[in-house]
Design a protein around this ligand. Structure first.
Ligand code: FEO
Length: 397
């Protein structure tokens, strides 16, 4: 295997792995694959920042060999314990047993639990730094962005922030930079990534944004996807919106249906919302994966959820969505529940119980229709849609 490194700054190289085939990242669907980005800095000391998933070890080594003999690596910085970044640590340590592995306080504990090998760990507290020649690397702990051990490495010499998972996107591509792919695509993947991975930790992200706002940065090199160099201002602005749970003035209607009644209600509700000029997206749980739907939830002010009653409860697809959403804890939402039933009609009560901890506001009574919606039912839900659309407009968060 002979692969190239990519020089992203003078003497700073991308030496990661491209996972073209990955389609599922612990439940998050990744139709475009992903990358695990490792970086190599060539200074008086040679430093490797993060590694790759274990099965891309040879690819990483081939890219490192494009720059230097891997045996010359003095220091490995482990910004994050999760195995997509630490998975190749034990293997590379076989080549360089004397190299120091720099990690955070919680990183030390995590790496010791994951690996039995002696990794020669050195703990860096938040704010501590390491001189490697012309450069002094600074370490910033980022607890719960998105694991307790998460850490960023910063090089003032290069105006470069390496924040590991933060600012990542799951994209496999031959291109390495945001402007190679364009804002629209990269922003969309960064939003999906944030919604699925980082959403519960908005308060911690806000602290990180505060901590880095005065640093001189012209490049952010995350551990997944492309490197930010042209859309820095834009992605930081998005992170500010997402981390403060600031939704856009729009709605999403998410539903499943058995015989079409709940679907008919969903479309009538959408008509009502549309009449107020507010954008509305329809998501059928049988055709759109939950990892895509949570991006809509993150970005929308109004979340409408529809399910028929099945076996005294909601549809399993709705249960699965709500289990996921409950963990991601989206805030500042208006909600509305609707559905249909033959007898019993417990779906909406069950749904309400599941999302109650999220403390959403429900301006309208739930609407549960027996068997088939009649004209008056459709009129009623259209009117509810108009009223909810007007509530979005008010933006009274
Ligand atoms: Fe990309 Fe939290 O690992």
């Amino acid at each position: 295997m002979i692969l190239n490194a990519v020089e992203i700054k003078p003497d700073v190289y991308w030496v990661g792995g491209i996972d073209w085939d990955l389609r599922n990242f612990h439940g998050y669907q990744t139709p475009g694959g992903t990358t695990y980005n490792a970086y190599l800095i060539k200074d008086k000391k040679i430093v490797l920042i993060d590694t790759v998933k274990h099965y891309l070890f040879d690819e990483m080594m081939s890219r490192i060999k494009d720059v230097i003999d891997p045996k010359k690596i003095d220091v490995i910085i482990s910004n994050h314990v999760e195995m997509d970044h630490s998975g190749s640590l034990p293997k590379i340590k076989e080549y360089i047993p004397d190299a120091t592995v720099v990690t955070s306080t919680r990183g030390e504990k995590g790496l010791q639990k994951h690996y039995t090998e002696d990794l020669n760990l050195k703990v860096m507290k938040s704010g501590e730094s390491l001189n490697i020649g012309d450069r002094t690397l600074e370490f910033l702990h980022m607890p719960m962005v998105h694991w307790p051990d998460s850490m960023a490495t910063y090089s003032l010499h290069d105006k470069l922030l390496l924040p590991n998972d933060a600012f990542g996107q799951h994209i496999a591509s031959a291109e390495r930079f945001d402007d190679d792919l364009g804002w629209s695509l990269v922003r969309s993947e960064a939003a999906k990534y944030y919604a699925n991975i980082v959403l519960p930790y908005g308060d911690q992200v806000t602290k990180v944004l505060d901590a880095v706002k005065d640093l001189s940065i012209d490049m952010i090199a995350p551990s997944h996807g492309v490197i930010w160099r042209s859309y820095l201002k834009e992605i930081i602005q998005e992170y500010q919106q997402w981390s403060t749970f600031t939704p856009k003035k729009k709605a999403v209607i998410i539903y499943d249906s058995m015989w079409g009644s709940t679907k008919t209600l969903a479309y009538a509700l959408a008509e009502g919302i549309e009449k107020t000029g507010m954008p509305v997206t329809l998501r059928n749980l049988t055709t759109t994966h939950v990892s895509d739907i949570v991006t809509d939830i993150m970005e929308s002010r109004l979340i409408c959820l529809g399910s028929p009653t099945l076996n005294n409860g909601m549809m399993p697809s709705m249960g699965s969505l709500l289990t996921y959403v409950k963990g991601l804890r989206p805030r500042n939402k208006l909600g509305f529940l609707f559905g249909s039933y033959g007898w019993g009609g417990q779906a909406l009560t069950e749904m309400e119980k599941m999302i109650e901890p999220l403390q959403w506001t429900f301006p309208e009574e739930h609407l549960n229709i027996n068997y088939i919606p009649q004209q008056e039912d459709l009129k009623k839900i259209q009117n509810i849609g108009k009223s909810l659309g007007n509530d979005i407009k008010k933006n009274n968060m």
